[in-house]
Design a protein around this ligand. Structure first.
Ligand code: DGJ
Length: 543
């Protein structure tokens, strides 16, 4: 059976509906299995304060316009346990029921001890009781804004609330799996301080580095093979130690939660610069978070966390690409749990899904009348959602097949770079070159007297993703770009031509439905995609 037919059969059979969502891995690639088959989260994240029943209508309206199959939305510790020991999950009940009505899956974001590093979402009875729930202290012993990862009572209390949430989810959703993943805390770490300098932290800092950390986290500048954090990691020791402390705290929470209800779990990261050369922390990012350089520490200290995902709010294409390539690892599935909702970010869906990611989620897809500019869009209405909605709209019907192809290592993708230059990638037997700002007819070299460029290409917004579904057969999805194929590998140097270029789409049963066959002007100068994302099924041949 071809992988296309297999994926279609799985979709049709609704195979594995009883199976819990889980991560799967083969040959260094990853899949999120939902109801027993790979699933791509074409997701939208709601605004931070939309985690209330009254706010949901404005969330669902935007999720629908985005064509998202998954909503990421917070569940705050302060809202489920406003009084210690008294739990209220009525919001979660409504959320899950409404998601089911809309055929949308949920990723819940546990806003607990740390939200963007601070304790703003802990209940009031935690916020100000610093004797029981200690804050980190600076080198002079003064408390700072962050709760300490060495606070044993804080850990106990957060863990208890999280376990109650997971028990509740199991009760209301254990058979349906509307909730498919849970994020534990949000953008952890500390701004301005490398670590906690309190007594418990100090004692731990002088202990030997645990063996599993030594195994998975190499020192950037080789130090002692074993010993204290300082001896092994030198100038990186404080950041690495704080990372280990936070990851270990998260592990306790995730482990306890999964013991009652075993959903896949992840953490998200406020990034450090992925392009500048690696150097010791100098207050330039949140120390202790799962930045690309310390994913090994998270893997060692938090085995119940499946994925560390980048939150992308820096639009420069070289930084986005470098970030994706650093977070995609044999031991870490690529998942972009947040990306800015400005139009220019939509094209990165092609680069992310082409790299075989398990999900991609613009942040602030919600009509709550709040703009995240300059991190995201100025607009707060449908015009903000539309660039994502059009891309998700073409991927959504074939989402199951795409996830399977990604898992099988058949997918590739590029987003237009800020330099607007062509980009190439090689597949089995074929090389593809994607170019941007081309007119549809002819080659630029024939028309050197034409200086202007197609309307709508003033800023970069093109992208193409390709799945190689057979030796000479491809599913190509794109917008505002031109793609050309030439023989490579076994076909290197051989002349080739299109056998078929069908425009169409997959139906919900996973069957290809052809609308028309492109030929003549539509194929003579490569395959040209306009503003509307389009799906092509392309067959090539050599002679
Ligand atoms: C990243 C955080 O994870 C989100 O919760 C939100 O605060 C955005 N930054 C900013 O819009």
């Amino acid at each position: 059976m071809t992988s296309l037919a297999l994926a279609a059969a799985l979709v049709a059979a609704g195979a594995g509906a009883a199976e819990l969502p889980r991560m799967a891995q083969k040959d260094g690639r990853h899949a999120l299995l939902v109801d027993g088959a790979p699933f791509t989260m074409l997701a939208a994240q709601a605004h931070n304060s939309s985690n209330y029943v009254a706010a949901l209508p404005k969330v669902w309206a935007a999720v629908a316009d985005a064509n998202a199959n998954t909503l990421e939305i917070p569940v705050a510790w302060e809202q489920v346990e406003p009084t210690e020991g008294k739990f209220d999950f009525s919001y979660v009940d409504t959320l899950v029921a409404q998601a089911r009505e809309r055929n949308v899956r949920l990723v819940l974001l546990w806003f607990g001890t740390w939200k963007n590093t601070g304790p703003s979402y802990v209940p009031e009875w935690v916020k100000f009781n610093n004797a029981r729930f200690p804050r980190m202290v600076d080198e002079g012993g003064k408390p700072i804004y962050c709760l300490s990862p060495h606070g044993t009572e804080t850990l106990k209390a957060d863990r208890k609330a999280f376990v109650e949430l997971m028990k509740h989810l199991k009760k209301i959703d254990g058979d349906k799996h509307t909730v498919i993943m849970v994020q534990v805390q949000n953008e952890v770490g500390t701004y301005g301080w490398a670590r906690d300098y309190g007594a418990a932290a100090q004692a731990a800092f002088n202990q030997p580095v645990p063996a599993e950390v030594l195994k998975l986290q190499k020192a950037p500048v080789p130090g002692a093979a074993r010993g204290t954090w300082k001896q092994v990691y030198g100038d990186y020791a404080e950041q690495y130690f704080h990372t280990w402390a936070i990851a270990s705290y998260i592990e306790e929470i995730a482990k306890a939660g999964r013991a009652v209800y075993d959903l896949p779990m992840f953490v998200n990261n406020a990034l450090r610069d992925a392009v500048e050369p690696l150097a010791p922390w100098k207050k330039n990012f949140a120390s202790g978070g799962p930045t690309y350089d310390v994913i090994g520490i998270y893997k060692a200290a938090a085995p119940h966390i499946d994925v560390a995902g980048p939150d992308i709010y820096e639009p420069a294409s070289n930084k986005v690409t470098a970030t994706l390539d650093k977070f995609k690892r044999p031991d870490n599935a690529l998942f972009v749990p947040e990306i800015g909702n400005a139009a220019g970010y939509a094209r990165y869906a092609y680069a992310v899904l082409g790299r075989g990611a398990i999900g991609f989620a613009p942040f602030g897809i919600d009509y709550a009348d709040y703009s995240n500019f300059p991190l995201g869009a100025k607009a707060t209405d449908r015009t903000m959602v539309e660039p994502f909605g059009t891309v998700f709209g073409v991927f959504r019907p074939m989402m199951r097949q795409w996830a399977q192809w990604a898992y099988d290592g058949r997918t590739h993708g590029v987003a237009e770079g800020d330099d607007r230059a062509p980009q190439s990638f090689t597949m089995r037997g074929w090389k593809a070159t994607v170019s941007f700002r081309e007119w549809q007819f002819g080659e630029a070299k024939y028309f050197s007297h034409i200086q202007d460029r197609p309307a709508g290409t003033e800023t970069p917004n093109g992208g193409v993703a390709v799945a190689q579904i057979g030796d000479n057969e491809f599913i190509v999805v794109g917008q505002r770009a031109r793609i050309k194929f030439e023989g490579a590998g076994a076909n290197d140097g051989k002349p080739s031509m299109y056998a078929r270029v069908e425009e169409g789409q997959f139906d919900y049963k996973g069957r290809w439905v052809m609308e028309r066959n492109w030929n003549g002007d539509q194929t003579d100068y490569g395959l040209n995609f306009m503003a509307r994302p389009t799906v092509l099924r392309v067959k090539l041949g050599t002679y």
